[in-house]
Each structure stands twice: as C-alpha cells, then as structure tokens.
Design a protein around this ligand. Structure first.
Ligand code: ZN
Length: 1046
C-alpha cells in the first residue's frame, strides 16, 4: 500500500536514456480504430440453417437464467429479449477492407450444447472442456515470423503481412429474456398470514401491480460511457437495449455500445431540514464530556475516554438475532439494518444508505455454503422477479404455492418440488432443503444458465523484460513463483496458460506440447499488431507442462543482459487481448517502467506541482489516454480480468495502468522500487495467492431488493453491464463491492425489506454455479432506530469508496470535506433528537453504534489516497492505494484505517506461551514506551519498533550484533534463541490471520529518521501529523461544527 522506500524522491524523472518516442498521431487503437472496431465482429453462423444460439463470450446474464429463446422476428415490444443469431449480413457495422471475417464460431461446435429449447430445465449439463480437439480454429493463417530458439537475444523480425484477424467472440452478453410479467396475484388471503409460524406477512395490502425493480428492466438508461464523447469510437446509441430490440441494426459493435457502464458514479445527496422530533426514540446514545475535566488536556477533553476500536471490526449482532436465517455478515452488510420507511426519514439519515457485498467471502468455520443441485427440477425461482427460492419464501395452499418474499407473487410449486406443509406452514422436508433454511446457498446451474460451455481457468502473463525488470530481480522472482504454483493452479486438467514478454518489441512463445523448448517469435511492428502462430500461444498446462517449465526456467537468463529501456506495453496489451479473447481468463501484467512506445504510451505526469491545489489536480489521478479505459471495456466484454503488478522506482502512471484492473474486476499490486533482496517474499506470497486462490470465472452479479427500495449506484472494481448487473470476469474472496440504496416510494408499507445477492459464475472445476445470499432487514419509522441498527464498518466502507471516487473529479480537500460534512450532519441530527431533553449542551453525543465513526473518518482522511496535499503521498502510491481500497472487504479496510499496535517485549521475556499480545493499543506515540518493542500491523506491512532504551539483550537476540547500527540494512531473520523464535511465531500468527497480502516486516529504531516517521509515526493516526488534526482536536472540531446551527 505504500512505498517501501522512505528515501524515494517524489517525482523522479525518466532516465535520460529513455527519450519519449517521437510524438505520433494519437490514434489510440493503431489500425483498429473507428469503423475498424468492427474487427470485433461476432462470428457469422456456420450455416444459416443450423444456427443454434450464438455462444457469446459472456455468461448468460440478464435475469441470470432464463432459457434462451431467440425472438421471432418482427416482435419488438418486449423489454429485453435475446438477440437474434448474428446474421451473416454486415449489420454489425461496415465491413472493413482487409479484415477477413472469421468463418467459424469460436467455441466447440454448437451441437455440443444443443439447440435452444423452450425449457431445458432439469438437464444438468456439465459440458466437456471447451477446447475442441486440435485447439480452436483461430487466427487465420498469416505470414509467420521465423521462430528463434529460446535463449537467443530477442531480435527484430519485420514480418510480412500483418493480419490482425482473430476470432471475435460473439458479442451478446445481454441476451437473457426476461420472463413476462405475470398478472398480479390476488391479495394475500388469511391462509397466508398463518402459513408459517410467526412469520409476518411481508407486504400487507400490497397489490402486485408492479414487478420488482429488476424485472422492470429500466434498461433504457443512457449509457454513461464516457467514450462516446471522445471521438474515439463511433457514438454508441444511448439505449443499447433498444437497439438490440430492433434487430441489432443500429449499434456499432464497439464496446461502448454494449451497455457497459463504468461504475464510478458519485451520489450527491440533498440534505433534509434538521428535525428535532425525539418522540419514542431509542435512547442508547453515548456522550463525551467536553467540559473541563481534571487531568485532561487543556481543551477540556479527556483523551483517554475517547472511543477506540481496539477489538477490531465487530459486526453488529442485533440485526442477526432478529433474522437468524440471514446470510452471514461476511457476505452482506447494510449501513443500517433499520431501513427508513419514508423519504423524509431517509433524508435525515446523512450517512450512506446501502450495502457492502463480498459474495465469495471465506465462510466462517462451520458455516460453509451448502451446494444444492436441483437436477431435474430446475432451479426454483419467482417467475416474475426471478428471485431464487430462499428461507423467506412462504408456502401456502397445502404446499402447492409459494409466495416470493421480494415481489409477493404467488408461484406454483412444481410437482417435483412439492412437499406437504404441516400445521404451522413448514414444509415437512425442510431439514433436507438447505435452500429453505440457509441464508447462503450455491446452486448448480443447468444448461440454460450457459451461453457457452464453461470456460477453463486461464492464466495469461504479460511481462516487462526491459532492463529495470531484469535488474530489480523482479523477472526472476516472478518466474520462480509461477513455476512453483503450477501444481496448484485451479482447474487441473483444463487449465490454460500463456506468456508474452515485451520491451521495445513484443515476444510471443510457442508452447506446443510436442516441443522440447518453447519457440520465441519477435514482432517489432508496433503499429499493426498481429499474433503469430495463434494456436500455440495459449496451451493446456497439463499437456505443455514441460515446455512451460522450460520457459520459466530460462526466462531470467534469456534477458539477463537486456539493455532495452523501452516499453511497448500498449501494443503488447493488445496482442495479449487477441490471444485471450476467445476464452477470457485472468491476465497478469508485470510492469516495471512507464509505457513508452506505441499505442497507450504514457507521459511523465505528476512532476508539475503547479497543478496541485488547482481545479486540474484530479486529472493526474485519472488516465489521460482513453486507450486504457477502452481496453478495460473490451477485456470485460470478453471475460478477461486484469491484475496489474507494478514495480518501478519511478513514476509509472498507476492512474492509467490501474484502470485496467478497476474496470475488469481486477486488482493492483504495487511494489515501488522493487528489489528482490528486500521484496521477494512479498511478491512471492501475493502472486502465489493470486494464482492459487479459488476464483469464480466469467461472473455476473446482481443484488435484488424488495419493492420500494432500489440500488442506485455501485462502487468498487467492476463494470456495469446494465443498470444493476455487475460484470466480473473473475472474482475471489478478497473482493468486495458496495452499493447505495434509495427509496422509490414516499412511504414503505412493508415491515421487512429483503435483499438477495446472486453471483452467477463458472467454477474452476467447470461447473456453472449461482451463489445466492439472502437477508432481511426491518423497516423502521424512527431515526433513532436507524442509528441503533447502524453498522459503522459498512458506513466507513461506503464512505471510503465515495471519497476515493470523488478524488477523481475534485481536489483531495473537497473529497475530505464532503465526508466530514456528512458526519457532522449526521451527528447534528442525532444531537437534535436528545440534546434538549437531556440538557447535554456541553457534551458531544453520538449513537453507541457509531462511536468509532469519527475516528474512522479521521483515519480515512489520513489514508494514502486522501491524505494531505501533493507532498504527502506520491501520486502513484495514492492511486495504487485507491484502487486497492476500492476492492477491500470491510474487515480488511478497517484494519488498514486503524491498524493494530501491540507491545511484545514482555511476551518475549516471559517464559511460557504469550497470551496478552492481542491487547491493542491506541494509535498514538503516547502508547510507545522507550523500553518497549512494538509491532504495527495494518494488514499490508509490519513495522517492528525498537524503543531507544530497549534491553540490549532483546535487541541482540532479535537482530544480532547489528542492533546498534543502521536498521534500514537489517532484516529480521529467525535466530537460534528463544526470543527470536517467539517473535517469529507472533509475526507468523499475525500473517496467518490475514493472508490476503504479505506483511513485509520493516524494523525501525526510535528516533531513526526519516524511517521512523515514514513507517510508523505518520501512521499513528490519533496524533497530529503535519497539518492534520489529532484525534482530540478532531473531536472538538466536529463538536463545534455540530453545534453550529444546532
Ligand atoms: Zn418475485
């Protein structure tokens, strides 16, 4: 999350030896711009008669499941319908001279999956691996460059006729036909009210005249895709779905027209009038005395009494007790589980209203998500709103009907799902039905949830081999790590793998299994990228294992004398896209320098400090060249997730590179000034986790919610495929997404609102699955209840994302102020509820549930993406931290904001096991004793702080005779003594509890500057740092602002 080198200059210049390439035309896509984007054409049917459903690259989306039915021509009045099979005419856009149309569908013969049927329910289909024998037909033959035996220095081969053809996967991610809206069911009869124990009718008096918001398919929202304005691609129709209804004639097949929306909307809330009604409110507030207290600071504030989250994140339980059937909060947390019943109440809630979702969170022990296979029954879903059957549906009519908890529709129970209900309305087979008793469940998806056979896990590596990548040791560590993970890549024996390396040229590797050694092919024409030998660049790992290992063994040697300083990153990226676009998968980019050649080259920005503090400041935090956003959109469309590993000791424009991860559901790993001698363990661990953690492929996610509320914005690393469908080419347990809610109606008449998260994905084993999390939350009529049920962790998560997004359009200060204002308004509103009747004018009062909110707010303002001004964090560091924080699950985010600080010297000296090391200390220098040894842990790094007067014995035992020397040159290694073993054990224990990142251990001695300041003191967020408040001053400032106009 931060540079490992405190001495690193701020904006070092590119070495003089690396002149920028001569300015060229800024045509971003080289030969593939504008109308040529039609090179990404869907394949025409093999024959127009036998054409079965197209097999788009995307999973079946829309409502996630409906059977595929190509619409009959001539009917266009349905909201959303699947597209017709691509016709062989050129309705996708003008044909481009010189581009050959690819004649075969990109995936195995369509017959393998079968033609569409009205209903495929009940056919569990686990299709064979998607790679047809002999490999996919792809990349029409072209002039092949001569291959070079591996080990030779890369040389330039000017090839004959570039041919950028590659098989374009059919482009139809939105094909799910929505079920027709059914006539409304009759109002609930008396039988319903008693149907299920003490279950309250959820929608009293609700007449079903309106479908759930998802079923209403408000797809006409104009795409917010900014590329439309750039002259970069043909303007996309504002309503892609309408265009689809009209037979696909009008939309150019650019990504922009595919309805992908970038998910970076920012909500600005209006503020309701302060209201002082305190009737009947829960009075469980807390207060802080701000009067003069003996022994306190001059300010009159007793610092020791300030609330601190020293137990870490504690998930609220009041809500879980109320709804024991809810999914575990590690999957879904609401900012308040008391949902306001009216717009006016919502307007008094100045905090975010919404949810944080981590669909693949590692389930707590004993709460593993059960897998349900409906086999012949088909997955049971509401026929109107497509909600999945869950513990909150109710069975009526002797078990013959079930009522949807989201939209209240009464559905028929299929005969093969029928079970009798007992007198209390419980199905007699309940104990064999996890889907009716668990808040989280995973369904095996039958064939209609697929638009193509499930893809194999695919890992593609795009590797910088320029001089700095070699000299830093990155190349060697990376190659060794990948090799060591080959046995553990998910998906054996289907896993696919491939590599491209690049400096000023692009190097392809033929990995065909019959070879002894990989063959390298060098392409130097950066303006007209083509892919040589397309069939053998991406290979089955188990078949080509020997070649892959030979390649990884020789990679560092091949380039050990490489003096090339250039980086043709953009062209290499395009080449990798061409190779991967048939199947999708994960692309791992290892970038060591600023892209300098070809499309997507970047310029040195950020060294112009005149920009800071002006209205242009934010432009440094967003990509300058639309190339990156456009590539990200294309990647997402073709199910490619991008993880960026960046290593440079100089500016590399993480703002631009990170865009690739941001919009593809990926992740940014940043190792500034990487040196293998220092950072290799961190890279090894994090790369290994990235490669081996369980991954959900080609996923889409939707969150449904009950009538009257609606998700209005989404925040995290993903791209929106429609108004409420998140496209996630790859997802894992380390990714969370946030969303904001709003009320659609002035008054909610229900007592409960239900939420259902559905993630449709392909497992590494090749199964199509749907993970479903369901939760209920009460509707409340009082602001005090909303506060009582508030979840600080979820609120801070949303605030962080909103603030980071705001820094992309505004000054850092504006982003901070916006959050501060909302905290002040919230506290003021709360104060108005209580202050008069309790005569608390001199005290700061706040709800117990939000007691840590001010501190987390302060921590957020001091976090890397938001802190200070230009000098307070390097630009790349800020951007990298921003990308990381946008994806963090709640617990990890809170730990990053308020890290653990523990004292350990007593534990090391004491005999026996250590027990008290979990006692966390306030994050202030006051906590540090000059005789002590402390560990600071924010989840991303450890800092071990040696007090100046620490016992020399301890110091010697831990770091040897160097304990008096320069700590920047000392590393903590296991030593043969009890204290060293104990410390290592403690550190390992901390690491095991938080395996998402590797915590590199930095040791620092008290008073050693600038290292102590950099590694520790600036992260003691309760202290005044630079111009930023300390905790006590911050509370006083908030208190004053709350009192103004109170
Ligand atoms: Zn429904």
């Amino acid at each position: 999350m931060a540079t490992e080198n405190p001495n690193r200059p701020n904006y070092p210049l590119r070495p003089a030896a690396t002149p920028f390439a001569a300015p060229q035309s800024t045509t971003p896509f080289g030969s593939m711009v504008g109308s040529e984007a039609s090179a990404f054409r869907p394949p025409p049917p093999a024959s127009s008669q036998s054409m079965t459903p197209p097999f788009p690259s995307g999973p079946f989306v829309g409502s996630e499941a409906p059977p595929f039915r190509p619409p009959p021509p001539g009917r266009s009045n349905e909201l959303v319908r699947p597209p017709p099979p691509p016709s062989s005419s050129s309705s996708y856009g003008p044909p481009t001279a010189g581009f050959q149309r690819f004649p075969t569908p990109p995936l195995p013969s369509t017959g393998q999956v079968g033609p569409p049927r009205a209903s495929l329910a009940g056919q569990p289909v686990i299709p064979p691996p998607t790679r047809p024998p002999g490999g996919p037909v792809s990349f029409l033959s072209q002039t092949q460059p001569a291959s070079i035996p591996i080990g030779s220095p890369p040389q330039s081969i000017k090839t004959g006729q570039p041919n950028p053809n590659f098989p374009p996967p059919a482009d139809q991610p939105f094909s799910a036909p929505r079920p027709n809206v059914q006539p409304s069911s009759p109002p609930m009869g008396p039988s319903y009210a008693t149907a299920r124990g003490n279950f309250q009718p959820a929608f009293p008096g609700y007449v079903n005249t309106q479908a759930n918001s998802a079923a209403q398919a408000p797809y006409m929202q104009p795409a917010s895709f900014p590329l439309q304005q750039g002259g970069y691609a043909p303007p996309a129709p504002p309503a892609p779905f309408l265009a689809q209804q009209r037979g696909y004639a009008s939309g150019p097949p650019t990504t922009a027209s595919s309805g992908l929306h970038f998910g970076n909307q920012m909500q600005h809330y209006g503020v309701g009038p302060p209201v002082g009604n305190s009737q009947g409110l829960a009075e469980d507030f807390s207060s802080l005395s701000l009067g003069s207290v003996p022994g306190s600071f001059d300010t009159g504030l007793d610092v020791a009494s300030l609330p601190r989250p020293l137990d870490g994140d504690v998930e609220p339980t009041s809500f879980a007790e109320m709804y024991p059937l809810n999914c575990n909060p590690s999957f879904l947390r609401l900012t308040t589980s008391g949902l306001p019943n009216s717009q006016s109440l919502a307007s008094k809630w100045h905090l975010p209203l919404g949810a944080v979702v981590c669909p693949l969170a590692e389930a707590p022990v004993g709460e593993e998500v059960p897998v349900v296979n409906f086999a012949t029954t088909g997955i049971v879903r509401c026929r109107r709103c497509r909600t999945y059957v869950n513990p909150y549906v109710t069975f009526t009519d002797n078990g013959r009907k079930w009522r949807c908890n989201i939209c209240s529709l009464l559905n028929d129970v299929q005969s093969d799902y029928f079970a009798h209900v007992d007198a209390s309305g419980r199905r007699v087979d309940l104990d064999q039905r996890p889907e009716l008793t668990k808040g989280s469940v995973e369904f095996i998806a039958p064939a209609e949830y697929m638009v193509r056979p499930p893809m194999p896990p695919l890992y593609f590596f795009l590797i910088d081999v320029s001089i700095s990548a070699v000299k830093s040791g990155m190349l060697e560590v990376m190659a060794q790590t990948i090799k060591s993970c080959l046995d553990n890549l998910p998906g054996y024996p289907r896993t696919q793998i491939g590599f491209i390396t690049y400096d000023s040229t692009i190097h392809f590797y033929n990995m065909k299994s019959s070879l002894m050694q990989p063959q390298m092919m060098v392409v130097s024409d950066l303006d007209d990228i083509f892919v040589p030998l397309p069939d053998d660049l991406l290979v089955n790992l188990s078949e080509s294992r020997n070649v892959v290992e030979a390649f990884l063994d020789s990679l560092p040697l091949m380039f050990q004398d490489n003096m090339n300083v250039e980086s043709a990153f953009g062209p290499a990226l395009k080449a990798a896209f061409m190779v991967m676009s048939q199947l999708g998968g994960k692309m791992l980019i290892f970038q060591n320098t600023l892209p300098s050649l070809g499309v997507g080259r970047l310029r040195l920005r950020g060294d112009d400090i005149k920009v800071y503090g002006t209205d242009k400041e934010h432009t440094l935090r967003v990509p300058e060249d639309p190339f990156y956003k456009q590539m990200a959109a294309d990647f997402t469309k073709y199910q490619i997730a991008v993880n960026v590993y960046a290593f440079s000791d100089k500016y590399t424009d993480i703002a631009s590179l990170g865009t690739l991860a941001k919009y593809t559901g990926g992740q940014v790993y940043y190792y500034p000034s990487f040196q293998s001698s220092i950072h290799k363990d961190k890279l090894r661990h994090e790369l290994a986790r990235d490669l081996t953690r369980e991954t959900a492929w080609e996923a889409v996610m939707r969150i449904r919610c009950g009538k009257g509320v609606r998700f209005t914005s989404y925040h995290g690393n993903f791209m929106l495929r429609s108004t409420d469908l998140l496209a996630l080419p790859a997802v894992d347990c380390d990714k969370a997404y946030a969303a904001q809610l709003s009320l659609e109606e002035t008054l909610l008449t229900t007592q409960t609102v239900y939420f259902q998260v559905a993630l449709l994905y392909t497992s590494s084993s090749g199964e199509r699955r749907i993970r479903v999390h369901t939760a209920a939350a009460p509707v409340v009529a009082e602001l005090g209840e909303m506060y009582r049920l508030a979840d600080t962790g979820a609120i801070v998560s949303l605030f962080s994302r909103l603030a980071i997004e705001k820094t992309l359009s505004y000054k850092l200060e504006d982003a901070r102020n916006a959050i501060q204002l909302r905290i002040v308004k919230a506290l003021r509103e709360y104060r108005n509820l209580f202050s008069v009747q309790h005569r608390l004018s001199g005290r700061m009062i706040y709800p117990e549930s939000l007691k840590f909110l001010p501190l987390y707010g302060l921590a957020l303002f001091k976090s890397t993406p938001l802190r200070g001004g230009y000098a307070d964090a390097q630009l790349d560091e800020r951007c990298a931290a921003g990308y990381t924080m946008m994806a963090l699950p709640v617990k990890k985010l809170l730990k990053l904001l308020y890290p653990n600080l523990v004292r350990v010297d007593d534990s090391l000296v004491k005999t026996g096991e250590f027990d008290n090391i979990t006692k966390r200390l306030p994050l202030t220098a006051e906590s540090l004793d000059t005789r002590g040894l402390y560990i600071f842990d924010n989840g991303f790094r450890f800092v071990v702080w040696f007090g100046r007067l620490i016992s020399p014995d301890i110091a010697r035992n831990l770091i040897g005779e160097d304990f008096g020397g320069d700590y920047s040159k000392v590393t903590l290694t296991p030593r043969d003594n009890e204290q060293s073993r104990k410390l290592m054990k403690i550190l390992n224990k901390f690491r095991e509890s938080d395996p998402s990142y590797f915590q590199l251990c930095h040791i620092v001695r008290q008073g050693e500057q600038p290292r102590e300041g950099f590694f520790l003191l600036t992260n003691l967020i309760e202290d005044q740092i630079g111009g930023a408040n300390g905790y006590a001053d911050w509370i006083l400032q908030l208190h004053r602002q709350v009192q103004q106009n109170a």
